[in-house]
Design a protein around this ligand. Structure first.
Ligand code: C5P
Length: 227
């Protein structure tokens, strides 16, 4: 049994993808950011007039899903997977505040989740994988070799996102970012369809308290325990 599946779930902006990327590099396996997939669907919906205000055209979205192809390509320069929507690189667009503001409503829709979960499970069928998201340990890979549940306070998380926006010279206030983080967490935790939840057998990692190196060491120790 050489195939390894690692599931990382947790709140928004608590450093899941940073840890997942580092871990994938260390173990030389692929990393999939499942949130990027929900963000692609949201971007497509926004670009095709399927979202107006708080309203989502569900019928339109359902048929649109058949026209959406999401893929990841490893970029040698940045050494990360970049996200493509229908063949177009969208890595930057899917991280905008507009997409962030709508993604939790889109990902609360049952038929959207069903389709994404199918795609995600396919990605983990043949290769070793680290996947991060909200329902990876509970729904996508309930048999994962290792499940991690990451946390950090909303303020720490918003601060991190805020810095990222500042680095990209985007003019967004800390309050706006904090509000988005809290709102998304609330929708993610309270939705009917696979709400954000710690799997019973997941190990908790408080990202606000320990640094990157320590987190990786911790995870490697956890993996060793299971071998
Ligand atoms: O991980 P990220 O913050 O980019 O995810 C964006 C949003 O996508 C989350 O706030 C959540 O609403 C949704 N999501 C989800 N299930 C996943 C991954 C992300 O519902 N597995």
């Amino acid at each position: 049994n050489s195939k390894l599946v690692i599931a990382i779930d947790g709140y928004s902006s608590c450093g899941k993808s940073t840890v997942a990327k580092d871990l994938a590099k260390l173990l030389n396996i692929i990393f999939i950011d499942s949130g990027a997939m929900y963000r692609c669907v949201t971007l497509y919906a926004l670009n095709n007039g399927l979202i107006s205000g708080d309203n989502i055209d569900q019928k339109g979205l359902k048929s649109a899903l058949q026209n959406i192809t999401i893929s990841f390509k490893f970029d040698a320069e940045s050494k990360t997977n970049e996200t493509y929507l229908n063949g177009k690189l969208v890595e930057k667009e899917i991280r905008s505040l507009e997409v962030s503001n709508h993604v939790s409503s889109i990902s609360a829709i049952g038929f959207v989740r069903k389709k994404m979960v199918e795609l995600q499970q396919k990605m983990g069928e043949t290769e070793s994988i680290v996947m991060d998201g909200r329902d990876i340990g509970t729904v996508v890979f309930p048999q994962a070799d290792l499940k991690l549940f990451m946390t950090a306070s909303p303020e720490i998380r918003a601060e991190r996102r805020f810095k990222e926006f500042q680095e990209k010279n985007e003019n967004i206030s800390f309050e706006e970012v904090l509000e988005n983080v809290k709102k998304r967490d609330h929708i993610d935790e309270t939705r009917e369809e696979s709400p954000l939840m710690k799997a019973d057998d997941a190990v908790v990692l408080d990202n606000g308290r320990i640094g990157k190196e320590e987190q990786l060491n911790f995870i490697v120790q956890e993996l060793k325990k299971r071998n």
